[in-house]
Design a protein around this ligand. Structure first.
Ligand SMILES: Cc1cc2nc3c(=O)[nH]c(=O)nc-3n(C[C@H](O)[C@H](O)[C@H](O)COP(=O)(O)OP(=O)(O)OC[C@H]3O[C@@H](n4cnc5c(N)ncnc54)[C@H](O)[C@@H]3O)c2cc1C
Length: 369
């Protein structure tokens, strides 16, 4: 089977769907190809569901710009599409003198980049508000919040379909090759049936498989200098006996490639601790129960009454990180290679990719011209 469309988006995670939604505003036929049984089955449904403010990343980075813009767009989207969300605000807490200095630096930087309103609170003030908390200094970010990710994903799929776009599941992209007037995307579905989609525009939003898809598109190795380091983040649910917290989002300072083992309460109020950061070679989402002591220790630094017995294994997600355990900063990559006109590869879209998704979609649509 062969069809001609205006654009093909590979991957029905939040980022691919946001790109497809933006493209439907100016193109007639946009098709999203997804190998899983439904949308958002990989990174997009395995995260903290936090709407970030853009506090931590370098000033000129895409992460900062797209997170701040994405935060605004996401709240607006939630309002207009009736997606459950809460402007919960977030507390970042420093528990040592060294952390205090780091937190003051983070606060200064966040103000400079325009990451929403922010307020430094003394430890005493924070602990009055949050009696189980122990900290020396806290930073309150009122523009941080939580979103119902599944409802957000469902609303994106709905809008794409309303605009006559299509989201095709159970279908994997095998190969992308150049044709006389654009590109041919070859797919195979779970029944083994193959299809060729002819398109002028292609968005590779394949998350953890984005580098494989870039290779399948024939992008020369010299033009894909990136390497992905899958980094697993596990979550443990907080049981009813766990110390009570009033703030929905309580974060320590960033550590070890993640934002630190934080406490989140999702839209239903269910609390969990996580994610940690564990570099892995294989995609395995099971949560290792033996990590519970390490989790309890990490949380106990700011919530001393937590005990391992308050925590039960919940779920995990895997970040497509562009830097390994040695650390350092890596920005989102939105690559539009000159050798591949009409093609955009999205690489390393880890946190704050959920928050930034709608801004990434708008940026990709602009890049495609
Ligand atoms: C533990 C964790 C916590 C996080 N917390 C937050 C947070 O609180 N706030 C925030 O803003 N961000 C957070 N993030 C980041 C955010 O979840 C991601 O940036 C975002 O979900 C990435 O979406 P995506 O669409 O790029 O990837 P995905 O959701 O993985 O979508 C990619 C899709 O491509 C499909 N695919 C791959 N290859 C093919 C192929 N060949 N053919 C067809 N389909 C293919 C996959 O099946 C998948 O569905 C977190 C991430 C993790 C891992």
């Amino acid at each position: 089977m062969s069809e001609t469309v205006d654009a093909v988006v590979i991957g029905a995670g939040v980022v691919g769907l946001a790109c497809a939604y933006e493209l439907t505003k100016r193109l007639d036929t946009v098709v999203v190809i997804e190998r899983e049984v439904g949308p958002g089955r990989e990174i997009s449904s395995r995260n903290s569901g936090v709407v970030h403010a853009g506090i931590y990343y370098p000033s000129d980075s895409l992460k900062t710009k797209l997170c701040i813009e994405g935060n605004r767009r996401l709240y607006e989207w939630c309002e207009t599409h009736e997606v459950p969300h809460q402007h919960t605000g977030k507390l970042i807490v420093a528990t040592s003198t060294e952390d205090e200095q780091r937190l003051r630096t983070i606060a200064r930087h966040a103000k400079e980049v325009g990451a929403g309103e922010l307020r430094l609170m003394t430890g005493r003030e924070a602990m009055e508000q949050e009696p189980e908390l122990r900290c020396a200094l806290a930073l309150h970010s009122p523009t941080s919040g939580v979103v119902d990710v599944h409802e957000f994903i469902a609303s994106l799929v709905h809008e794409i379909k309303e605009a006559d776009g299509m989201v095709v599941y159970h279908t994997e992209v095998d190969e992308i090759r150049k044709s006389a007037n654009g590109w041919v995307v070859q797919t195979t579905d779970t029944t083994g049936s193959q299809m060729e989609l002819h398109a002028q525009r292609i968005v590779n939003a394949a998350g953890l498989s984005a580098l494989d898809v870039a290779a399948k598109s024939g992008l020369p190795a010299t033009q894909r200098p990136w390497r992905l380091y899958p980094c697993k983040g596990s979550y443990f649910a907080l049981g009813a006996g766990a110390p009570p917290t009033r703030n929905s989002l309580i974060y320590p300072l960033p550590a070890g490639g993640g934002l630190g083992v934080h406490i989140t309460a999702d839209i239903s109020g269910a609390r969990r601790a996580g994610p940690d950061a564990e570099f892995v070679d294989t995609i395995d989402y099971s949560v290792d129960e033996s990590r519970v002591a390490r989790f309890a220790d990490a949380v106990a630094r700011y919530l001393p009454a937590i005990r391992p017995e308050h925590l039960t294994p919940d779920y995990s997600g895997i970040r497509p990180k562009l830097v390994g355990p040695e650390g350092g900063f890596a920005d989102f990559v939105i690559a539009n290679p000159t050798s591949q006109p009409g093609v955009v590869h999205l690489i390393g879209i880890e946190s704050p990719g959920l928050t930034a998704a709608l801004a990434i979609g708008a940026r990709v649509s602009d890049v495609m011209g």
